[in-house]
Design a protein around this ligand. Structure first.
Ligand code: NDP
Ligand code: GUE
Length: 285
């Protein structure tokens, strides 16, 4: 079998057309969705993502502001900035680019963001709402993965989903979203014994590990759906995922590439959440 490649860029663009229509509707009602991105320090990769986010906002007719802070900024100053943005009516979404410098408590920062502006879906209130199936901002990468599968026509109920990785921003929430859609979910992580035993059971395998080419053909069942979340640089400095694409694509049924797979969906769902937040702000007035 040779896998069908899931074109994340194309699906992201299709979704962006729908989001742009909603932006126009909101503008006619007097609200332009606005996103604030806070970038602390000078991480090169973060800079690329932040630029992509700003570009997407502008293409959709949304407002975006970028707040850059020195690596040495105090936690207090960062929290004060977030408190100010929480009270700014034109700002509907606040994103603090992670990771933060070591002297800043990430949990404290995330909890300081108003849950109604937490478009990353990282605040414990939104995570709790997601877990209990209530209205919530869903974290962008996991949400983007669900949309990729929906748009590709892959059904989820009853499927065995194996997630490799259990971070708060990708692994854990993506498993939860699959569970919410009636999949059977297995989580694997660095303490998992006999990883291939588990991954070979997967109808849908999600790799969110952060190690280049970690998932090989031997980890994969014939015909499985492979979702590669990894954004890594290989020895040659080239962008690559967590999945050894060429060998796995020969065995899988579907596979997402890197780049142009999950990454563009992450940004699209961030735009979606910001627009949703702007719409909800209207309902509160
Ligand atoms: N496409 C996109 O939009 C996004 C891509 N990413 C990318 O996704 C990847 C993962 O990101 P993130 O979740 O933040 O990463 P983390 O480093 O926070 O988590 C990595 C996870 O992989 C597990 N892991 C590490 N080594 C092994 C191993 N040998 N066997 C099994 N599991 C292992 C860890 O286990 P343990 O918990 O035991 O340590 C951990 O749970 C990165 O490449 C990142 O750049 C991230 C966000 C968005
Ligand atoms: N608060 C916070 N929220 C995040 O959502 C967040 C974060 N912090 N920290 C870093 C990770 C990583 N992330 C990506 C977003 C887009 C691409 C993306 O657009 N990738 C493109 C190309 C990337 C390139 O060319 O470098 C692709 O895969 O095709 C990748 C990765 C969001 N993250």
């Amino acid at each position: 079998m040779t896998a069908q490649i899931i074109n994340g860029k194309e699906i992201a663009e299709k979704k962006r057309v729908e989001i742009a229509e909603e932006v126009i509707r909101l503008k006619n009602l007097g609200v332009t969705p606005g996103l604030a991105v806070i970038l602390v320090g000078n991480n090169h990769a973060s800079r690329t993502y932040v630029r992509n986010k700003e570009k997407a906002c502008h293409e959709l007719g949304m407002n975006s502001i970028l707040i850059e802070m020195q690596e040495e900024v105090s936690e207090e100053e960062l929290l004060a900035k977030i408190a100010e943005l929480n009270e700014t009516p034109d700002i509907h979404g606040i994103l603090v680019q992670l990771p933060l410098p070591k002297h800043i408590d990430e949990k404290k920062v995330i909890e300081s963001i108003s849950p109604s502006k937490d478009v990353d879906g990282f605040h414990p209130i939104n995570i709790g709402r997601m877990m209990t199936g209530q209205n919530a901002f869903l974290p962008c990468t996991p949400y983007g993965i669900m949309v990729l599968l929906e748009e590709t026509g892959i059904s989820i109920p009853g499927k065995h989903v194996v997630v490799v990785g259990r971070s708060n921003i990708v692994g854990k929430p993506v498993g939860q979203l699959f569970l919410n859609q009636d999949a059977t979910v297995t989580y694997c992580h660095s303490k998992t014994k006999d990883l291939p035993l588990h991954t070979n059971q997967a109808d849908i395998l999600v790799a969110a590990v952060g190690i280049p080419n970690f998932i090989k053909a031997e980890h994969v069942k014939d015909g499985a759906v492979i979702i590669d979340v990894g954004i890594n640089r290989n020895e040659a400095g080239k962008l690559c995922g967590d999945v050894a694409f060429d060998e796995v694509a020969k065995k899988a049924g579907y596979i997402t590439p890197v780049p142009k797979g999950v990454g563009p969906m992450t940004i699209t769902m961030l735009m979606y959440n910001t627009v949703k937040s702007a719409a909800e702000s209207l309902n509160r007035d």
